[in-house]
Design a protein around this ligand. Structure first.
Ligand SMILES: [Ca+2]
Length: 375
């Protein structure tokens, strides 16, 4: 399974610190923290949305997601602020994602797909609640072109436990469903669907997991407007989309692998350390101190607890854990110890958390007392 996304509720950007401005507009042209940028094929590139470029945030809401393909197929939501998704900073590997609430959020863009005999859709997304889709299996879609006749619709839906997808042609009973070997929870994954004439293929995290032949040659009975976050009959995807790349051709295997390498480099390799853990707490015990803290953003391999006998350090490593709390033992009762916590991943350590301190005492192990109660 690929990397685990940040699940903390850090919705929106641009409102905090903009004192006195009720509805500020921030265009995020560049988001720092992306890794080396591999190239993607440009032949047949129709739409390219990535959450670290061209996202217009009004207040905390995404009003426009600008197409980076050069075709100006921007996705937008101007009907109602309640329908606007949110931008989540540091959603995955230091990069943001657009969060659709599953209630009424969606963005729309125009891309006619009728008569196409080949098409490729590449998406990096996470399903934030365990959704499924009832018949006709295009409900709660992450990406969706509605139909003008039965068995139209083009859709892609990466759920936690399955992937639903279709290139609609009016052909009956065309509703490929892929059941994952195990739920991926709220992890992000790469979903690529490809129509190549009469064969439709699904790739999940670079693996071809489903292929169906005997399809009608051309996409048909679809409207020209696609929705991100909204499926059939006003049903909505509760999830996050970091990037969406659409080609009006069938990518070759070599081209598809280029896209996959680009997406892996951006979202699934560790390029930067996590942020510092927040809200550290220290509770005295008998010859020990119990430390706890709130999770860091970004990919975290472990948390490292450092201690010192002096406020401000220098600190030495006391212990490490993958949990959000740990007991440091072997301490001397009556002596004040100072602690900071750092989050670690292969790209490095976070800055220090705020410092906390505690004095281990005999007979206090069952009493949760913070050090400042002794001041
Ligand atoms: Ca909403």
């Amino acid at each position: 399974m690929l990397g685990k996304g940040n699940e903390r509720k850090q919705i929106g950007r641009g409102s905090g610190g903009q004192v006195g401005i009720a509805a500020c507009v921030v265009v995020l042209a560049v988001w720092a923290g992306a890794g080396a940028q591999a190239q993607i094929p440009t032949d047949g590139l129709a739409v390219w949305l990535k959450a670290d470029a061209g996202v217009t945030v009004t207040g905390t809401s995404v009003t426009r997601w600008a197409d980076q393909s050069g075709n100006s197929r921007d996705a937008s939501q101007t009907l109602n602020t309640l329908f606007q998704p949110a931008l989540v900073p540091n959603a995955i590997n230091g990069l943001p994602a657009v969060h659709f609430d599953g209630i009424n959020d969606y963005l729309s863009f125009v891309l006619p797909v009728n008569n196409l005999s080949s098409m490729t859709i590449c998406m990096v997304a996470a399903n934030m609640s365990n959704q499924t889709s009832a018949s006709p299996y295009c409900r709660n879609a992450a990406l969706f072109w509605n139909e003008t006749a039965s068995w139209g619709t083009v859709y892609v839906i990466p759920f936690q436990g399955s992937v639903m997808w279709r290139f609609g042609t009016t052909q009956t009973n065309n509703w490929p469903t892929y059941t994952r070997p195990a739920s991926i929870g709220t992890s992000y994954s790469i979903t690529i669907t490809r129509k190549d004439g009469t064969t439709d293929t699904l790739y999940v995290n670079r693996v071809r997991v489903q292929a169906q032949g005997g399809k009608l040659q051309r996409i048909a009975a679809c409207i020209n407007t696609a929705n991100i976050g909204r499926g059939y009959q006003n049903t909505f995807y509760n999830g996050r989309v970091a990037e969406l790349i659409i080609y009006t051709k069938a990518l070759s295997d070599t081209e598809r692998q280029q896209v996959e390498q680009y997406l892996i480099g951006r979202y699934f390799s560790v390029n930067q350390p996590p942020t510092a853990p927040t809200n550290p707490r220290a509770t005295s015990g008998d010859g020990s101190v119990l430390l706890s803290w709130d999770a860091s953003s970004g990919q975290v391999s472990s948390y490292r607890v450092y201690q010192s006998l002096t406020a401000g350090g220098p600190y030495t490593l006391a212990t490490s854990t993958t949990a959000l709390s740990v007991r440091v033992t072997g301490l001397t009762n009556g002596t004040r110890y100072y602690f900071v916590i750092r989050a670690y991943n292969p790209a490095g350590e976070s800055p220090n958390s705020q410092e906390v301190s505690a004095v281990p005492e005999s007979g206090v192990s069952l009493r949760a007392r913070s050090w400042y109660e002794y001041e």
